[in-house]
Design a protein. Sequence first.
Length: 732
Amino acid sequence: MVDKKLFYTIPNLTAIQVTEQSPWEYKPDVPETAQKSKGNYREWLARPSTKHCLYSGAEGAVSGLRISRDNPIVRIHGLIADYDTVITEDVLLDSLNNCSGEFRPNFVHKTPNSGGRRLIWLFQSPALVAGNDVARIFLGIAAKKLRAKNFLPGLDLDALANPATYYDVGSKWRELESSRVPENFIFAWLFETGNLASRTDFDGPVIPLDVVQKELEKRFPNRWPGIFDKGISGTRFWDTTSDNPRACVVNQQGTGMQCFTGGTAFMPWVAIFGPDFVEKYKAETLGSVMEGTWFDGKVYWRKTINGQWFPWQKEDYKLYLKVHHQLGASKRPGRSSSEIDDVIHAVNEQKVVMGAYPYVYFPDGPITIDHERYLNVSTVQVLPPAPEGEAQEWGQGFPWLANFIDVFFPDQKPREIFLSWLHRAYVNAYKHSPVSGQIVLIAGGVTRGKTLLSTVILSRLLGGSSEAGNFFLGEDTFTDYVMKKPLWTVDDTVPATSSTRHVRYSAMLKKIVANCEHTYNRKFRDAGKIIWIGRVIITCNTDPESIRILPSLDQSNADKISLFRCNSATKFPLKFPDRVTQSKIIDQELPFFARWLLNWTIPACYKGTSRMGVIPYHDNMLLDTATHEGASFGFMEILQLFLASYKKVYPEATRWNGKTTELLSQISLDDGLKPLVANMSSNWVARLLGQLKSKGFPIEQEHTRTRRLWHIPLDMEDLTTEDGKEVMYEKK
């Protein structure tokens, strides 16, 4: 679908204000009296009361007003070619199919009364022009390059030469081509236009508009009421005879006033305020030129026009200084350096940072880490909440989201612990002071909305997400793609193709929560350490293969991981709308959900004592699976069989005592168990015993100067998984 903002329409020939709409969607309603003749039709179009549609692909400096001498064209979104002769359908099809033009027109429609046609070519990006005269030259070049004259007979050159023309919507609109004229062609035509057009003098220093406004109020008091900023129109305040409130506009370059009335189209600051004001400012401009620029030892960092930090190579930054700030690149008389050299040197000396990295949720710009200055190039923030006073109650303003969460977590306790975890993540990020939080794992059946919750709802709420499965498996050399996102997701990834991979995966999860400092590595850039305090959410199904994504759980990481299971009803009691509708609902409701999170208070019973801030939640089934995960639990089954045999031989004993080598040797004496430990070393057995101890089993370890002894109760062969779980949590 073509963006409707490409077209600006008026309801009649006397209208001043324009409306953005899609002319091909307009349904004409022309009275019968107006259809009798061209004269009647023109008279009808000229009436102020007429409600019709006349369109233009050009946009004025004041976009809400019709193009005129006082509102010159600034952007052209496409070429409209009017063919003022009777054209049959056969002629149309033959011409369109056989014309040698490189780009086919996007639309064709029939013109009223004459039986002619109009062809419309759309541009991939708008052509920026400085007024109607420049627009006229550009349209002539574009028509020639597009070979508009060759497509159909009777091209109206007079209409083409008047870029302020608004064309009647006509009838029988038809789309011919979806591809637009590429922007590189537009740029080439604009360059050719500039060579033919008479150049307007835009020379002059870029002076901050707050400085200009102070001088304006000093010299011309009460002549410019309201905001003084780029694109704002007003009177020609320096001309005492001017009272037109739309006579000029502060130009986008910040070098002067672009005028819609008066004797000149542009007034630089020096012409308005005199050379003394400008020269004084030039002497004070070094700091303002350097403002917003930082040097990391290799590249210069500045924000783009869309507010994102971007690295500039030295030559690119020099070009920026030359074009934007009008600084000279030539050596000045009596000096060995140019103006640009002076700025480069000052930035290298005064605006140095140790590195430029994305510190998610922290204020962007220079920040201090360990007494050293770094540049935070991340502008990621959470979704802004609805205005204060909205969403006072659960579901107010977000009924679908509230119902989804209620159904997804049908039990109150896990639902409120999850919301507490989300509240802590969102609120502190909103305040630009992120804090740690548990890794969340959600398991459940298919088509329950797990992926929707993680990669859509939470991603949009928290400021974006990245799939981090390969990162947790240690398979990615470069980490920038995850480190610049606040939410890491792992969706139905199975890390346990081998026990080694699963150990690595579990260790990486533990490291992410335990440490805030991580390695940031981007291709062709030096690696560095950054602070990342985001959130990790893992989703999986509950089938035996998918559930292997559960990390190994022990006492050291039990408080750092929450295990949730979503609604397990055979038939999920919620019907999801189609994807487009669902996305619109989420976009509409999320700000209200965010406001509710800000207003909500975590219940005291769910506040944690650890630095996680919220107590963990462990679903019984998932906890049991996680506790049994890994090689240690397989070894425990061997150990239980050995202890049962040992107790029969020594009925009075209550525990086995000895070194790891002794334990391995005695297990090997059992012909049934010997093959199971044949490939185990004493060091490996010691590691497995240590893991069982960390999971909460009552295994004790005694160190002396020369040996390490293990004390294992013989009744361990009777311990069930449930008992083991209880032991682990009694020790917490």
